[in-house]
Design a protein around this ligand. Structure first.
Ligand SMILES: [Fe+2]
Ligand SMILES: [Fe+2]
Length: 460
């Protein structure tokens, strides 16, 4: 899609939701006063809305929150945040960090830091339209604020323990829309998007369409329910996906040690009685596979996460949590002897396995699961195989594994090749502490029913 068409389409969607029209009127009024350097009036009233998406809350945490939204033109965005519902105590926080702001003509990312745990904050988004004619020729030529006041609640040991997981949505709007509607009825504290949200994305616009402007009815899906992200193998593919952080920001730099500077995706968050641990299994092919042309570095990345995980599991708020649940995209166990374990050098090919890519990740299992098991992790929630499965704990493996379903809606193929496959359905995995247990329900989005339910005892 050409950028102009894309903007037109997203503006239309925004207008349908009712949050851009007021802002557009506001911007038109301001923009008529804008003058260029020579005193000439700059006409921008016909440029359409500046803010072209609802805000998305990224990286749920105890003391910080990320807010991202899409813009149609060069803009300096901001968030007004406070604890009063009318924002009478609101403070403006601009995009970017120190030294300069991060003006953008596509995605505004605002990091809210120094927040209180277990606390509800109210916020609204806005942006100044910027005329940039050079280092001494910068002007604000319009302003737009989304009139709606949203809210979010930070994580912490007193937060309600209630999460949902989605995975392998692969930019397919039907399963994503169903998942988002299910989540809207469940009202969790946060959602973990467990990878393969994308396919192979070459442009930021394509990434914006997936995360900020998905073609679903509930386009404010992440404006009040914060998200966490564990990337899947697809989320590193394509030139734009090599820097997905331009659309889905990294965790706050101050949330990790300098040793872990490049580990922007891992998270260890306390939510009520549950500690949530996020890991990144990275690609499903070896770095040595010729198809990758030496352009991936998953091996060292997996190893670097060991030290991070070791330290995260020692943090007081994580140690004291009665339930420890880990998330990563590629499964860390598979009982099927024909499932490729992802360590077949150099090119992932071996006739004993049914695929020439990893169906599960033996290297990650060997690196991470001893630490998780020692910490008493009850459950690891994974994805990637596009078929829901539960692996009960055994005498050799103290943790359970749930593999979330994929985007297939009860059949595979199309046309003459279409086959009924009732075992293939998208899932929303819901975890909630109830009656002294962690109750996990797997919602089948094809039948609309709970497929299976499990409960986990407190760790000893
Ligand atoms: Fe997938
Ligand atoms: Fe995958």
């Amino acid at each position: 899609m050409k950028r102009r068409d894309f903007i037109k389409k997203t503006a239309l969607m925004a207008g349908a939701a009712g949050w851009a029209n007021n802002a557009l009127a506001n911007e038109t009024k301001v923009s008529q006063l804008a003058l260029g350097n020579e005193g000439q009036q700059i006409h921008i009233a016909d440029q359409g809305p500046l803010i072209i998406s609802a805000p998305m809350l990224q990286n749920y945490a105890e003391t910080s929150m990320g807010v991202a939204f899409a813009v149609s033109d060069l803009a300096n965005g901001y968030v007004i945040v406070g604890q009063q519902p009318d924002l009478s105590d609101g403070e403006k926080v601009k995009c970017g960090g120190y030294r300069t702001t991060e003006i953008s003509d596509r995605v505004i990312q605002v990091r809210l830091i120094n927040l209180q745990p277990n606390t509800t904050y109210y916020y609204k988004i806005g942006a100044d339209r910027i005329h940039y004619g050079g280092g001494y020729d910068m002007k604000i030529i319009g302003n737009e604020e989304d009139p709606r006041i949203y809210y979010f609640t930070t994580a912490g040991s007193r937060a309600p323990a209630h999460f949902c997981v989605i995975n392998d949505t692969h930019a397919r709007w039907e399963p994503l829309g169903l998942a988002i509607e299910k989540i809207a009825t469940l009202k969790p504290q946060c959602v973990i998007w467990n990878g393969d949200a994308t396919n192979v994305e070459e442009t930021i616009e394509a990434q914006m369409r997936i995360f900020l402007q998905p073609e679903i009815e509930r386009i404010e899906y992440a404006s009040e329910i914060p998200y966490l992200f564990c990337p899947g193998n697809h989320d590193s593919r394509g030139m734009a996906n090599r820097h997905l952080e331009k659309v889905w920001m990294y965790r706050q730099p101050e949330e990790r040690a300098s040793r872990d500077w490049d580990l922007g995706r891992n998270f260890a968050v306390r939510m009520g009685e549950v500690a949530l641990i996020g890991l990144d299994t990275a690609e499903d092919k070896l770095d040595t596979n010729p198809i990758f042309a030496g352009l991936f570095n998953s091996g060292e990345y997996r190893e670097a996460q060991v030290a991070w995980l070791h330290d995260a599991l020692q943090r007081p708020e994580i140690v004291s949590a009665p339930y420890l649940v880990a998330f990563c995209h590629i499964p860390l166990f598979d009982a099927n002897p024909h499932a490729n374990p992802g360590d077949v050098a150099p090119a992932d090919k071996d006739p004993q396995y049914t695929t020439d890519f990893a169906m599960w990740q033996r290297t990650c299992a060997q690196l991470w699961t001893p630490l998780l098991a020692e910490a008493g992790c009850q459950l690891i929630i994974t994805a990637h195989q596009h078929c829901y499965r539960y692996d009960a704990p055994t005498t050799d493996r103290s943790w359970a594994q749930i593999v979330g379903g994929g985007p297939e809606m009860g059949f595979s193929g199309s046309g003459e090749n279409r086959r009924e496959r009732p075992e293939l359905f998208p899932t929303v995995i819901e975890g909630e502490v109830q009656g002294g247990k962690l109750v996990v329900k797997v919602h089948n989005l094809v039948t609309g029913k709970v497929q299976e339910e499990f409960s986990f005892k407190r760790r000893s």
